[in-house]
Design a protein around this ligand. Structure first.
Ligand code: DGT
Ligand code: CA
Ligand code: CA
Ligand code: ZN
Length: 596
């Protein structure tokens, strides 16, 4: 299996343990390397096998020390230095740092003072009032910890789409190469592109179930077989649970529809079917008009029908099952993309032919928010623009951080530095085939003010303004004030949520959307898989109010332009059509919007 994710997790654990022990610089080096390794397209063990330690150094941000640790992990399955650090401080680092406001240093302080190793320990100590007695802590910190523990607990059970999706893609690719498999697809939340995933569901059609289950158990990325039966199996792979179901080809469409969910969508479809004397289940759609009103059959009256494979009961004539299109058609509905299946009105829309014509990745023409080494990005303007062009964009706007609330360690640019960078961007623009705009990611302060002078904002082509501080409580007024600022073009990651880490602002989306529509300010769907902010339900409300969405990656390195697909699928979950999305416009359309 690809060990990239495991190595990345180990390096992040190194970073946490070093930070906990107050080591400078190194933690960031480890974190950057972890990020690059996780996003690297070639498996580390393949690189290592082919070119040894030197080959590992081809990965961005991987120097000699990290290459050695990676090699050690590939060879032995662990990193000795990390094991020693863990022995010194045997805490459940990931679980504890999942609590908002608890970082590695807090973990170390609480371990040293109170011996806290687990979330349960933390909760007990907080509830007993012991934490506020520890030096450097107070009642307010303790109260925050108590409040944030439930969110941390819940979030640890779900993986990010950004981590699960590549695994799902490889599951599908694997089964496509298995002879016994006729058709394969993913189902469940991963097929609907939910931002977080409980487990990955896969579905295969075959006439030889045993061969398919055997293949799954033998898949090179299967780390552990959790359970295996005659028509289903669950394995652990890349830290995820993957559930496979095998069905006969005649049932594939019905099973795919059923296991894709969501549960609420399925219930709505099933209720619609009942009114039509049809029964929809994972085996097919059945005409039950000839059966008793409760759907059960009286086997003595000789009605036609087939037997339910589970109960042996007669369930009526099968009218659909092989494809999803057929299943939906049987209940007089158009087929709809899985992203829509959240019971947000899609059942009605599919019944009356008014489903949206969702945008696809092909409709995206540019990216209006990414970072360079002028702020906290890894690469130069040139290199990032080149990567964007390779990705296929017609235009980009550089959006480095401005200094201001939420920017720490000198990351953000002053007004003067922004003007200097603008010159540099113009110079790159001259040398490049794609259109390159000069932008900024300004900070929205807690009162809605913008952290860059109006005169500088007026010089820039594209102003993204984002909240980076005080990201709890209601953010509506703050966002509305920023939206109304005449120089602001796009609100970046509007709620500031970090999936599994912090919930971000609550917002009254109707007020935010109305202000955005009235002022011609776009709302971003930030495609970084740690954010996916706006969430899809808010994006849907926004476009319904006439607001424009901008789908941007917030890339900090060249490979992160690939995050666009997560933003696009989030926009699809929000019912967005190309017309709703700013960066589906051509350059002229964009210029119009920006007033250029
Ligand atoms: P997850 O895994 O928590 O991210 O979310 P899902 O949606 O993938 O849920 P999962 O894996 O428990 O089940 C996959 C699909 O199977 C689900 O989306 C709909 C279907 N399903 C599961 N249980 C039920 C059920 O009790 N009733 C109905 N109608 N559908 C179900
Ligand atoms: Ca699932
Ligand atoms: Ca499942
Ligand atoms: Zn930002």
């Amino acid at each position: 299996m690809s060990k990239n994710a495991e190595v990345a997790a180990e390096l992040e654990a190194m970073a946490d343990h070093l930070e906990a022990r107050d080591v400078d610089y190194k933690p960031n080096i480890y974190r950057r390397a972890a990020d690059s390794i996780r996003g690297h397209t070639v498996a580390v063990e393949t690189l290592y096998e082919e070119g040894g330690k030197e080959a590992l150094k081809e990965i961005d941000d991987v120097g000699d020390a990290i290459a050695s640790k990676t090699a050690e992990f590939i060879e032995t399955g662990h990193i000795e230095e990390l094991e020693e650090l863990r022995e010194e401080m045997p805490v459940e680092m990931d679980a504890l740092t999942a609590v908002e406001g608890v970082g590695p240093k807090t973990v170390a302080a609480l371990y040293d003072a109170l011996g806290i190793e687990t979330l349960d320990d933390l909760e007990a100590a907080a509830e007993a009032g012991e934490i506020q007695e520890v030096k450097g802590f107070g009642p307010k910190t303790e109260e925050n910890i108590v409040q944030n523990i439930p969110f941390a607990r819940e979030s640890r059970e779900r993986s990010l789409l950004g981590e699960a999706r590549p695994v799902a893609d490889r599951v599908t690719a694997f089964f496509e190469g298995v002879d016994a498999v006729d058709r394969v697809d993913v189902a469940g939340s991963i097929r609907r592109w939910r931002p977080t995933i409980g487990d990955v569901d896969a579905l295969a059609a075959s006439e030889d179930f045993e061969a398919v289950i055997d293949a799954f158990e033998g898949w090179e990325e299967t780390d552990e077989v959790i359970e295996a039966g005659t028509n289903k199996a669950s394995v652990r792979s890349n830290g995820l649970r993957v559930d496979l179901r095998v069905v006969v080809p005649e049932e594939f469409g019905a099973a795919l529809q059923y296991f894709t969910g969501s549960k609420d969508h399925n219930i709505a479809v099933r209720n619609r079917a009942i009114d039509m004397d049809l029964k929809v289940n994972e085996y097919g759609v059945f005409d039950i008009s000839e059966l008793g009103s409760d759907g059960s059959s009286d086997s003595s009256d000789g009605v036609s029908g087939v037997e339910d494979p589970d109960s042996g009961q007669r369930v009526g004539e099968r009218v659909a099952g092989e494809t999803e299109e057929e299943v939906y058609a049987a209940v007089d509905m158009d087929w709809m993309p899985p992203e829509l299946r959240e019971n947000r009105g899609e059942v009605e829309a599919a019944a009356d032919g008014s489903l949206p014509d969702l945008l696809t990745g092909e409709d995206i023409n540019g990216d209006l928010h990414f970072h360079t080494n002028y702020s906290d990005g890894d690469e130069s303007i040139e290199r990032m623009v080149e990567a964007a062009a390779e990705f296929g964009h017609d235009y980009v706007s550089v959006g480095d951080h401005a200094t201001g609330p939420g920017m720490v360690g000198g990351v953000g640019l002053s007004d003067e530095e922004l003007l200097d960078q603008m010159e540099a961007i113009r110079a790159v623009a001259e040398e490049t085939d794609i259109e390159v705009f000069a932008g900024v990611e300004a900070n929205i302060d807690e009162d809605g003010g913008i952290s860059v002078g109006d005169d500088v904002l007026a010089e820039l082509d594209c102003v993204v303004a984002s909240p980076h501080s005080g990201l709890d409580g209601d953010g509506t007024d703050r966002l509305v004030a920023a939206i109304e600022h005449p120089e602001v073009d796009i609100i970046g990651h509007p709620t500031g949520r970090m999936l599994n880490q912090r919930p971000g602002h609550d917002i009254d989306i109707d007020r935010v959307a109305e202000a955005a529509a009235d002022n011609g300010t776009a709302l971003e769907i930030n495609s970084d898989p740690r954010r996916l902010d706006l969430r899809s339900s808010n994006a849907k409300a926004a476009i319904e109010a006439g607001a424009t969405i901008s789908v941007n990656t917030d890339a900090h390195r060249p490979g992160a332009f690939e995050y666009m697909r997560f933003g696009v699928h989030t926009a699809r979950r929000g019912w967005c059509e190309p017309d709703d999305v700013l960066n589906c416009r051509d350059v002229e359309g964009l210029r119009d919007f920006l007033g250029l």
